[in-house]
Design a protein around this ligand. Structure first.
Ligand SMILES: Cc1cc2nc3c(=O)[nH]c(=O)nc-3n(C[C@H](O)[C@H](O)[C@H](O)COP(=O)(O)O)c2cc1C
Length: 435
């Protein structure tokens, strides 16, 4: 691909301790075919030097509006971008962006960009929770920027709390999602006689209706969505459990794509080893009963609940306090099972909010569509994603194929492809159904 055809990403880097993590984000962006211009602040260069940004991006690096003035960089860099991502975004940068200050190259770029803008804040919990920062974040979100929630974990020094920069690989996934979504929106508006702001793959640049800050805002902005993922484990004794093959990848893809579309996301994760999606609040659970409690709690103010987790239908009646031993000459004792609550049917029957959209998943091995239709009617949910599963199908795979059945009788087929594509189709069906 010619350099001029590559989607153009501006990576703004603020003066936070997490600046070193932006090097990995930069690497992922360049290696996946993006042309990246790094615009650090002067403070950021205290943490990672100009040579690193320039060497890794292959582009010149400046913090000032006074370098290469003949190229008018304070305007051109922002105007030419398909995506601006600021990682880490310091409290200071969020404040400047919210108030429209323009005293260096990055803040000028933020004012001239008409493409989607993503901020990945990182700072101490006190700075993040301060009303000034929260108001600045609200202002930026209202204007259409995507501000992803910081992660919880180790901060600078010995403290722990909310304010950590999410995993760079996960920020990269958000960027990819926003670029892909922007291109989709742009294609839609071109078809509808829009201004044709798109250029090449992933391009949403320009002042057309499809581009602009709103393209990052996404159709789930201001919404709270709950996604369950993974597979529950029903313990038999301290070392054994009844489980299933779900890896959590489909649920995590749903969480990731919902963040990229602007939603506040609660991910209820059952026994998944996957890294936390950037911007999602992750609640970890083990058993079906724990998952039920977490889903009911999070669903109270949710606009949509997507039940992608594989929840055990049954659990052992008895839990042995000590490891069950084999005894010479004796057959093993039978395992008696009891039913777990049907969470999907329960939340569909008594919705926590009027108009709440409930999406279920049906993993079937035979008579896939007929069983799916029967399950949709039985459970009373709005949408049911039906896929065929087997030992080497779907579980743990990066790909999926499904039919989404709707309570209004419509069916949407999603061809074999990345789990992100199925996740995006689900949200495209959920978004217009939200009150
Ligand atoms: C060691 C150290 C770590 C810092 N880490 C952060 C941080 O993670 N987040 C933040 O908002 N500010 C952090 N600061 C404060 C910022 O560097 C300071 O507010 C600076 O003015 C930010 O400038 P900038 O937004 O132009 O990059 C840190 C400062 C120091 C000395």
């Amino acid at each position: 691909m010619d350099a001029s055809d590559k989607p153009k990403v501006v990576l703004g880097v603020g003066g936070g301790i997490a600046a070193y993590k932006a090097c990995e984000l930069l690497r992922r962006l360049t290696e996946s075919g993006h042309s990246v211009r790094v615009v650090p602040t002067a403070s950021a260069l205290h943490f990672v030097g100009e040579a690193t940004w320039s060497g890794l991006s292959g582009n010149p690096v400046s913090t000032e509006v006074w370098d290469a003035v003949h190229e008018v960089p304070h305007v051109r860099i922002g105007q030419g971008a398909d995506l601006v991502v600021v990682a880490p975004a310091t409290a200071d940068l969020l404040a400047k962006a919210a108030h429209g200050l323009a005293d260096d190259l990055l803040t000028n770029t933020l004012l001239t960009a008409r493409c989607p803008v993503v901020f990945a804040p990182a700072m101490h919990t006190e700075m993040w929770e301060h009303p000034a920062t929260q108001e600045n974040v609200a202002t930026l979100r209202r204007r259409g920027a995507l501000v992803i929630e910081p992660a919880v974990g180790r901060l600078t020094g010995v403290d722990t709390g909310k304010g950590r920069l999410p995993d760079p690989a996960e920020i990269f996934e958000v960027c990819r999602g926003v670029l892909a979504r922007g291109a989709e929106v742009a294609r839609g508006s071109e078809g509808a006689g829009g201004s044709g702001a798109a250029r090449g793959s992933g391009a949403v640049r320009g002042s057309g209706v499809a581009g602009g800050l709103g393209a990052a805002r996404g159709d789930l902005a201001g919404r709270h969505v709950v996604v369950s993922a993974g597979g529950t484990r029903e313990p038999l004794d301290p070392v054994r459990f009844l489980g299933n093959r779900s890896s959590g990848k489909q649920g995590y893809a749903l969480a990731r794509t919902a963040v990229a579309r602007g939603a506040r996301v609660t991910l209820i994760a059952a026994n998944s080893a996957l890294p936390d999606p950037a911007g999602a609040d992750v609640v970890r659970v083990g058993t079906a009963l724990e998952l039920r409690e977490a889903v009911l709690g999070a669903a109270v103010d949710a606009d949509a609940v997507v039940m992608a987790a594989a929840v055990a239908d049954f659990r052992p009646v008895q839990y042995a306090q000590g490891k069950i031993k084999k005894k010479d000459g004796e057959e093993p004792a039978p395992i008696n099972l009891t039913r777990n609550p049907d969470i999907l049917a329960e939340i569909s029957a008594s919705r926590a909010r009027p108009g709440q959209i409930i999406v279920g998943f049906a993993a079937e091995t035979d008579d896939v569509l007929a069983n799916g239709r029967a399950k949709l009617a039985r459970k009373g949910c709005d949408l049911l994603v039906v896929n065929e599963v087997g030992e080497r199908r779907t579980f743990g795979s990066e790909q999926n194929e499904a039919v989404v059945l709707a309570a209004d009788g419509t069916e949407t087929s999603v061809p074999y492809g990345p789990k992100e594509a199925l996740a995006d189709t689900v949200w495209s069906l959920v978004a217009p159904r939200l009150a």
